[in-house]
Design a protein around this ligand. Structure first.
Ligand code: HEC
Ligand code: HEC
Ligand code: HEC
Ligand code: HEC
Ligand code: HEC
Length: 315
């Protein structure tokens, strides 16, 4: 049974490798990069690395010893060692937007030999602590906010382990952690053992989830406004509130990088209030046409009736 499992999994790995080999030209074609020798050559380095072979060896040993460690539990390690930098980059948002290798590494993209292409390569001294400046060339607002964070201060001083851009996004896949992944990820550093604010992971998850609520409230406000507009109602004040909520939503990704969760949450809650106010055109507009509540005269009439009834009973 055990052996069968192992060979099944090995066959699976083999199959994936074969499929990926066939997919390479397709993946290369997708971003359509002219004269890009970096991509042309680095694409072929896929699955040739020593690290990848080592990883598969470890995995076989795990399986033989009945350690059923899931792929998920080693996903990051697997990504780093089995896929080349090209493979990770080729399916990233950066590839889609033509953020090519040379944008970060320098080098000569039209040279075809390795030595010529690597002339002027700055990649040899990219350090983690440099990445905010490097990434910030294009992500200015994220960098601006990040510079206000405790993370950045600690990264600069180098005393305590602090995350750089690539700690959370990785250099080549530039993926974005979702709110459900946040708690697990942040607790790598924020936990009781390190003593680095262990309340952060839970708080961060809640803060990011509330962005979804903001999204939903904005969508609701938008649809209310459209439907009231078609009825010819004045929606200008609602539209101003909606605009304000949208601006807050737009700034969420940059504001996030200040890593001040109280400030972040206050901003998002402000947006939710704005969006809810924008939804209220319905009640505002209809309030003028609905009949008024009984009012003073009505109440006087009703209490009169009750008094008459009570008098009759006591008589
Ligand atoms: C003809 C093939 C070829 C071309 C063209 C090429 N490279 Fe490389 N590159 C390699 C090989 C082989 C290695 C070493 C193996 C490895 O690290 O995977 C390497 C390594 C690197 C490294 C890692 C250096 C380190 O310290 O680990 C970077 C960064 C890099 N290349 C970037 C580029 C960029 C940017 C371009 C285009 C301007 C480029 N390469 C063009 C073959 C090439
Ligand atoms: C957005 C910037 C960016 C782009 C685009 C980029 N890289 Fe990198 N690359 C980095 C950073 C940052 C590191 C250092 C990673 C680290 O220290 O963990 C790195 C490291 C590397 C390494 C060293 C091995 C490693 O994983 O540490 C190689 C090889 C490499 N890049 C090749 C490439 C190739 C080939 C491309 C294009 C297909 C590319 N890079 C595109 C930022 C980038
Ligand atoms: C040459 C410009 C450039 C550089 C340098 C650059 N980026 Fe980007 N990045 C872009 C563009 C363009 C996009 C896609 C449009 C957008 O989201 O703004 C993008 C998107 C992203 C995204 C969003 C991905 C998604 O799927 O939504 C992340 C995260 C990211 N970059 C992180 C980084 C990190 C980390 C670095 C440094 C290692 C970096 N970027 C360096 C231009 C750049
Ligand atoms: C401690 C982890 C962490 C660090 C450090 C970090 N980010 Fe982020 N980043 C995130 C998370 C989580 C999100 C998603 C926020 C959200 O959902 O609004 C994000 C979002 C982004 C986005 C926007 C993606 C989108 O959907 O529009 C960009 C671009 C980005 N980061 C770039 C950077 C850059 C550049 C740096 C370094 C200056 C950096 N990040 C540092 C965790 C981090
Ligand atoms: C590599 C380690 C590391 C990772 C990963 C990390 N942090 Fe931090 N974080 C730190 C350090 C160190 C501090 C500074 C603590 C201090 O000096 O008090 C800090 C401080 C903070 C603070 C300020 C704490 C306070 O008390 O006000 C916030 C907020 C924060 N981190 C959020 C996050 C979030 C959210 C994540 C995950 C997306 C994350 N961090 C991931 C190391 C890390």
């Amino acid at each position: 049974m055990q052996i069968k499992n192992v060979s099944g999994i090995l066959m699976g790995i083999g199959l994936v490798m074969i499929i990926l080999q066939f997919m390479q030209p397709v993946m290369a074609a997708a971003p359509n990069l002219p004269n890009n020798s970096c991509a042309d050559c680095h694409r072929k380095l896929l699955f040739s690395s020593e690290a990848q072979r080592q990883f598969i060896d470890i995995r076989i040993k795990h399986l033989e010893n009945g350690i059923t460690c899931s792929i998920v539990c080693h996903e990051d390690k697997l990504n780093k060692s089995t896929a080349s930098t090209y493979a990770l980059w080729s399916i990233s948002t950066h590839a889609l937007f033509e953020v090519t290798c040379d944008k970060c590494h320098g080098g000569n993209m039209s040279a075809t030999s390795k030595d010529d292409a690597h002339i002027g390569l700055s990649g040899f001294n990219i350090s983690r602590a440099n990445t905010p400046e490097m990434c910030g060339k294009c992500h200015e607002s994220e960098l601006m906010e990040f510079k206000n964070s405790q993370h950045f201060k600690n990264l600069e001083s180098g005393e305590v382990p602090a995350p750089a851009c690539i700690t959370c996004h990785q250099a080549h896949s530039v993926r974005v952690l979702t709110s459900s992944e946040i708690e697990d990820f942040c607790s790598n550093c924020h936990n009781n053992i390190t003593g680095i604010n262990p309340l952060v992971p839970k708080k961060a998850e809640i803060a990011l989830s509330s962005v979804k609520e903001l999204d939903i409230e904005i969508a609701q406000a938008r649809s209310n406004i459209i439907s009231e507009q078609t009825k010819g109602k004045d929606v200008s004040s609602a539209q101003a509130n909606l605009e304000s909520a949208r601006t807050i939503l737009k700034n969420v990704p940059s504001v996030w990088h200040r890593f001040n969760l109280t400030y972040f949450d206050t901003e998002v809650q402000k947006g939710i209030v704005d969006a809810k106010n924008a939804q209220n055109i319905k009640t505002e507009a209809t309030a003028t046409v609905t009949p008024k509540s009984p009012g003073f005269v009505g109440l006087l009439f009703i209490s009169g009736l009750i008094a008459a009834y009570l008098l009759r009973r006591s008589a």
